[in-house]
Design a protein around this ligand. Structure first.
Ligand SMILES: Cc1cc2nc3c(=O)[nH]c(=O)nc-3n(C[C@H](O)[C@H](O)[C@H](O)COP(=O)(O)O)c2cc1C
Length: 387
C-alpha cells in the first residue's frame, strides 16, 4: 500500500493506472485552461492567520449542507464517466462518501445508473440533472431520483453548450472507449483497470442508454451533448424543473451575483459558485475570486457552496471562512478513485479532513461552523475591480 499524504500522491498514482483518454478527460480545462489553472492557484494567494496559545482541544469539522448533517463541509461533485476511471466507479465513490459522512452527487452522465447506485448504497445521495430538451426524459429523471430516495436534486446551469477540451477531441473520448491501435496500446499497459472493466457490465452511460430517445451515438459525450442538451434554457424553464422536483434543490454553476439572485427567485435551496472546474468558459474568474461578490448579493438569502480548484483541506478552510457553507470536490476524489478505487476516495477524504482540522486548529479555531474571514489574509484587490 503506497504512502499517501496529499492529494498530489493520488494524482501521480491515478496517472499511472488509468488510460490516458480518461486521465486527460479529468485533468483538462477548456481552451487555454487559464480558468482551470487559476481555480487552484488563486487559493494560494489567500494566507492564513496563525494564532497560538488558544485552546485547540475538542475540535469539530461537523456541519450541515442543505440541512443535512455532514462530517465536514465537503460534498463529492457530480463527475461524468466516473465509472470509466475505475470499474463501477460511481458505486465505489458513493460508498466511500457514505462511510465518511459526506454527500455524494451522481452525474446525469454517469456510467452506473441512479438505480445501480441506490441499490448498492444505504444512504440517500444527491442527483445532478443536466437540462435536456426532452421533457419526458426530464420528468422521468426526476421521478427516478425520487424513487431512489435522492435527498436533493442539483441542476447544473452552466452547460447549455459545451466548452471545448482539445485533448478529448484528439483522444476520441467515448464510453466505452473506441478501440483504435493507439487506445488499445495504451489500455494494455493499465492491467488492473482493464481487468476491472472486464469484470463489470457497467460500461455505458447508465442514465441515458435505454432511457433517452433519438440520440444517434450516446457513447460520444460531445455528440450526445450537442443533440440533447437545451441551448435555449432560461430561468422560466428552470422554474418548470422546480415544479417537477419538490425536494431540496441546488443550482450549480453560478458565477455572477445577478444569476445568484435569479436562483433565489426560482426557489432553490442552495447555489454552487462554480465554473465547472474550468471546463466551460475559459477566461472566467476562478470561483474563489467570484465568491465574495456573490456572498454580498445573496449570502443572507440562500445557502452558498463553492467548487472548482479545491485540492486540499486548506482550500476548504479558506472557502468556508469566506462564507461558503459547503464545498464540493471533483478531481480530488477522482484521482483517488482512479488510483485505488473506493479506498482511494476514502483516502482523499481523509487527507482533506486532516488538513482542514489541523489548519483550523493552527488558526486558533475549534469549530468549522464558526469560521469567518478573521482567520484569512486576503490581498487587496483579490476580488478585482472590474469595469
Ligand atoms: C471529469 C469531470 C467530469 C465532470 N462532469 C460533470 C457532470 O457530469 N455534471 C456536472 O454538473 N459537473 C461535472 N463536472 C464538474 C464538477 O461537478 C465540479 O464542478 C468540478 O469538478 C469542480 O472542480 P475541481 O475538479 O477542480 O474540484 C465534471 C468535472 C470533471 C473534472
Amino acid at each position: 500500500m503506497p504512502v499517501i499524504t496529499e492529494i498530489a500522491d493520488l494524482k501521480r498514482l491515478y496517472r499511472r493506472r488509468v488510460p490516458k483518454m480518461f486521465y486527460d478527460y479529468a485533468e483538462s480545462g477548456s481552451w487555454s485552461e487559464q480558468t482551470f489553472r487559476e481555480n487552484s492557484s488563486d487559493f494560494d494567494k489567500i494566507y492564513l492567520r496563525q494564532r497560538v496559545a488558544i485552546d485547540m482541544a475538542g475540535r469539530s469539522t461537523a456541519s450541515q449542507m442543505i440541512g443535512q448533517d455532514v462530517a465536514m463541509p465537503v460534498a463529492l461533485a457530480p463527475v461524468g464517466l466516473t465509472g470509466m476511471q475505475h470499474f463501477d466507479g460511481e458505486i465505489k465513490a458513493a460508498r466511500a462518501a457514505e462511510k465518511f459522512g459526506v454527500p455524494y452527487t451522481l452525474s446525469t452522465m454517469s456510467i452506473c445508473s441512479i438505480e445501480d447506485v441506490a441499490s448498492n448504497t444505504s444512504k440517500p445521495f444527491w442527483m445532478q440533472v443536466y437540462t435536456l430538451k426532452d421533457d419526458d426524459y426530464m420528468q422521468r429523471l426526476f421521478d427516478r431520483a425520487k424513487a431512489a430516495k435522492c435527498s436533493a436534486a442539483v441542476i447544473t446551469v452552466d452547460l447549455q453548450v459545451m466548452g471545448q477540451r482539445h485533448k478529448d477531441i484528439k483522444n476520441g473520448l467515448s464510453a466505452p472507449p473506441k478501440l483504435t491501435p493507439k487506445s488499445v496500446a495504451n489500455m494494455m499497459t493499465k492491467v488492473h483497470w482493464g481487468m476491472g472493466m472486464l469484470s463489470t457490465k457497467r460500461r455505458f452511460f447508465g442514465n441515458i442508454v435505454g432511457h433517452a430517445k433519438g440520440v444517434s451515438d450516446p457513447s460520444s459525450l460531445s455528440t450526445w451533448t450537442a443533440e440533447a442538451f437545451d441551448p435555449s434554457l432560461d430561468w422560466d424553464r428552470i422554474r418548470q424543473f422546480r415544479k417537477m422536483w419538490d425536494g431540496p434543490l441546488i443550482i450549480k454553476g453560478i458565477m455572477d451575483p445577478r444569476d445568484a439572485l435569479e436562483a433565489c427567485n426560482v426557489g432553490a435551496d442552495a447555489i454552487v459558485v462554480s465554473n465547472h472546474g474550468g471546463r466551460q468558459l475559459d477566461g472566467a474568474l476562478s470561483s474563489i475570486r467570484a465568491l465574495p461578490a456573490i456572498m454580498d448579493a445573496v449570502g443572507d438569502k440562500i445557502e452558498v457552496h463553492l467548487d472548482s480548484g479545491i485540492r486540499s483541506g486548506q482550500d476548504v478552510l479558506k472557502a468556508v471562512a469566506m462564507g461558503a457553507k459547503g464545498t464540493w470536490i471533483g478531481r480530488a476524489y477522482v484521482y483517488g478513485l482512479g488510483a485505488m478505487g473506493q479506498q482511494g476516495v476514502t483516502r482523499a477524504l481523509e487527507v482533506i479532513h486532516k488538513e482542514l482540522d489541523l489548519s483550523m486548529a493552527m488558526c486558533g479555531r475549534r469549530d468549522v461552523t464558526t469560521l469567518d474571514r478573521d482567520i484569512l489574509m486576503i490581498p487587496q484587490g483579490f476580488e478585482g475591480n472590474w469595469q
